[in-house]
Design a protein around this ligand. Structure first.
Ligand code: 9MG
Length: 260
């Protein structure tokens, strides 16, 4: 899954037309590099990020989803927690919902059930603005798993097909470095919950803490984490560096994929 952010800071100040054009070119490049899905988001979920209105988010995302839907051969996922944005993005051609809030917004579960597309339920403790201030767990793996199981049950009750549900422990979302490491070490446990596992570790600050590198210097660290996540059962990896991750996984799969 290639990451396509369409927040104003991700396209400098070239204006909306420039943003759309650049987004389509970037998505085509990720498809060419081997991405199977493009995940587009119009609201930053970084620690400290402030929320934006549904109108602004739709304005950023929907025209680009429409353009991507006609230009790409692969599905577009919309990274949003707002039911209005989910609806408009799917109407514009999005084929998946990626919700870092695990459909906890009012009306989100029913909207996702009505739309009938695959969705990702991600765990987050707190909210982006404050989530990294003092994350606390007594057993991070058990608590994240039981949260995700409860959200899956809520989705199933609303009529969402089990095959349409993915789960994600939410690396960096209300977690310390140690919490993230424990989750990654034990990721295989999430693969036995009855849903595919999505993992997003690419360029995250945990990798900055481990390597001392700035965000755009974290490719090698991101690939190491992606390979380990795949080896522990993740079926979708949300990444910035698609070509390099695909190469790394091709090598790993060639080595581990045969019996002898
Ligand atoms: C939108 N977004 C940012 N980080 C993410 C992650 O780790 N997982 C998912 N599903 N979405 C994310």
């Amino acid at each position: 899954m290639g990451i396509l952010n369409v927040t104003p800071d991700s396209f400098s100040d070239g204006g909306r037309f420039f943003a759309q054009d650049a987004a389509v070119r970037r998505a085509l490049a990720m498809q060419q590099a081997g991405a199977a899905i493009i995940d587009i988001g119009g609201e930053s979920t970084r620690p400290g990020a402030l929320p934006v209105s549904a109108e602004e988010e739709m304005h950023r995302v929907v025209p680009i989803v429409q353009a991507l839907h006609s230009e790409l051969d692969i599905p577009v996922s919309v990274d949003t927690s707002k039911p209005e944005v989910m609806r408009e993005a799917v109407r514009a051609g999005a084929g998946m919902i990626n919700d870092v809030n695990a459909l906890r917004a009012e009306g989100a579960v029913q909207t996702a059930a009505d739309l009938g597309v695959p969705l990702c339920l991600m765990h987050m403790q707190g909210e982006p603005r404050t989530m990294q201030q003092s994350p606390q767990y007594s057993d991070v793996v058990e608590e994240v798993k039981s949260f995700l199981l409860a959200r899956m049950a809520c989705c199933r009750k609303a009529g969402i097909a089990a095959r349409n549900i993915l789960v994600d422990p939410g690396f960096g979302f209300g977690k310390t470095l140690e919490h993230n490491l424990v989750l990654l070490r034990n990721l295989a446990e999430f693969a036995h919950m009855g849903a595919g596992v999505l993992a997003g570790i690419s360029r995250k600050s945990m990798l900055g803490v481990l390597t001392g590198k700035e965000t755009n210097e974290r490719m090698a660290a991101s690939i190491a984490a992606a390979v380990l996540a795949a080896e522990r059962g993740a079926v979708i990896l949300r990444v910035h560096d698609v070509a390099e991750t695909v190469d790394a996984l091709s090598v790993v799969n060639a080595i581990t994929g045969s019996e002898k």
